[in-house]
Design a binder for this molecule. Structure first.
Ligand code: ADP
Length: 488
């Protein structure tokens, strides 16, 4: 039964060539035979086969041209012409109508062939397009099924339409196609279950229609292992901008995380180990400096001052590395107190002027009121911004510091006229270990100063950003809440 329905359905593509010849031939013959039986046997008036047969013929030709392409259309045209000739020969032979009937048949045949060709050609083109699309889909599905990341695709309403085997492997649970993912409110990555990993990003995409990028989860597997998963999801739009599907990618970053943890652990241990002997060296050089000042030569004390300067720099580097480890482990501590903001800025500038006498640091503006926050940590940020301003301005020795009140925040800017930062790198410079490649070779550094500064500012409720033009210099800004002590 299904097969018969398929034969009669012009949209069903049987794809077997012999059906394209046999079915139009047999079906058209059948229809005309029924017509003959009806007119000759049932009604017994052969002339009843008139205009209606032309309509039936057009219907048959269009139907077969659309169903089987040009060939199907032509076969039904040929059968139709044969039937017309049979009618003319049996009913009009020897009459005056014979010649005009033959002429009309020739004209109508020509028209039928043109109709069959146009419709058949269009149908074949549509078939090719459908075939191409199906091939494309097959190709895509094969790739998706073999991808080393989990891929889950839902329709616009969250019903799973495609899911590759990796999803089950990563989530340790089956997400069969056809199920609708119930949406739930976004959860913290710490209380992740396999369900929430799928639901939360899809929910976010559904409600906000925005992509979720790199959300991290830890999922416990039944064999006792824990996987670190990174999930991204995004809506897929059609030409009109309507959401037609949602795709989710689940990436196993367990190994990467383990390596990162090992690296962080190593940095922490190494910095601790380096710190102890360095403190001792610092102590001894200071004693030596005092001794030499009394009895030594100028040269010796100058060498010692230089040694001290480098020991100081090394100590700062180690402190920075330790800070990075603390930030990573969430252990960085803040000591809040009320402090004189203007004095802190002045003293920081003063010690940097002493450290580097070739640069001219100018200061504009004052806050004229205390700030509640971590003075030492904020000083660390100002020192970092000023050191960078000097380091990355080898040809222009001017640095400008401004302090201003912006509502209930204090805003500080540090401007230099040095090498500047390319626009596309400006967001990245606050990332851990990031250095602009074009300048990394010329200037020494670890790429952690701005990362630490950003953490210090954000943790105190402020913002940090940069405005810069390559070749013309950079201005780093940060804000901090002023907050009176009572407000805390
Ligand atoms: P480091 O200076 O040790 O490399 P930072 O985290 O302080 O690390 O800075 C990150 C990167 O940002 C630097 O490597 C440099 O490329 C860029 N950068 C920072 N400050 C400036 C500045 N004032 N002018 C130009 N580039 C800068």
């Amino acid at each position: 039964m299904g097969k018969i329905v398929n034969y009669l359905n012009p949209l069903a593509r049987l794809g077997v060539r012999r059906y394209s010849i046999a079915f139009p031939l047999l079906f058209t013959l059948f229809v005309y035979s029924v017509s003959e039986v009806y007119s000759n046997v049932i009604v017994q008036d052969p002339r009843i086969v008139g205009v209606y047969i032309i309509l039936v013929s057009i219907g048959l030709i269009i139907f077969f041209a659309f169903r089987d392409g040009i060939l199907g259309g032509y076969i039904s045209v040929v059968v139709t012409i044969c039937y017309y000739l049979y009618i003319i020969l049996t009913r009009y032979s020897g009459t005056d109508s014979f010649t005009p009937a033959i002429q009309t048949t020739i004209l109508v045949s020509f028209l039928f062939f043109v109709i069959a060709f146009i419709i058949g050609w269009l149908k074949e083109k549509i078939d090719i397009l459908i075939e191409r699309e199906a091939d494309e889909k097959r190709r895509l599905l094969t790739i998706i099924r073999q991808l080393p990341v989990g891929v889950l695709i839902t329709d616009a309403h969250g019903t799973v339409v495609e899911v590759n085997p990796k999803v089950k492997e990563l989530l340790d649970t089956e997400v069969p196609p056809g199920i609708t993912i119930p949406t739930l409110k976004s959860r913290k990555s710490s209380d992740a279950s396999s369900k929430s990993i799928v639901q939360s990003p899809i929910h976010q995409v559904l409600t906000h229609n925005q992509s979720v990028i790199g959300q991290e989860y830890v999922v416990d597997h039944s064999d006792g292992s824990h996987l670190h998963l990174q999930v991204s999801a995004s809506p897929i739009h059609n030409n009109k901008g309507q959401v037609i599907a949602k795709a989710m990618i689940i990436n196993d970053i367990t190994q990467q995380k383990e390596i990162e943890e090992l690296k962080d652990e190593f940095i922490e241990i190494a910095s601790h180990e380096l710190k102890t002997p360095l403190t001792t060296i610092k102590g001894y050089t200071q004693i030596l400096e005092r001794l030499i000042d009394k009895n030594g030569t100028n040269k010796a004390s100058s060498y010692l001052r230089k040694t001290n300067k480098y020991v100081e720099r090394l100590a700062t580097l180690i402190e920075d590395l330790l800070d990075v480890s603390k930030i990573q482990a969430g252990k960085i501590e803040f000591h809040y107190e009320e402090y004189d903001f203007d004095k802190m800025i002045e003293e920081t500038i003063h010690s940097l002027r002493e450290f580097n006498t070739t640069y001219k640091i100018q200061k504009k503006g004052k806050l004229k009121q205390p700030v509640y926050g971590d003075s030492a940590r904020t000083e660390q940020v100002v020192t970092n911004l000023l050191s960078n301003a000097m380091k990355y301005s080898p040809d222009n020795k001017k640095v400008l510091v401004t302090v201003a009140r912006e509502g209930d925040m204090v805003e500080v800017s540090v401007q230099d006229f040095g090498i500047g930062i390319p626009v596309e790198k400006q967001k990245e410079i606050f990332s851990r270990f990031y250095r602009v490649e074009s300048t990394a070779e010329k200037f020494s550094g670890l790429g952690i100063g701005l990362y630490i500064s950003a953490e210090i500012i954000h943790r105190q409720g402020g913002e940090i950003w940069v405005k810069s033009k390559e070749g013309q210099g950079s201005t780093f800004y940060f804000t901090l809440p002023i907050r009176a002590k009572e407000e805390q």
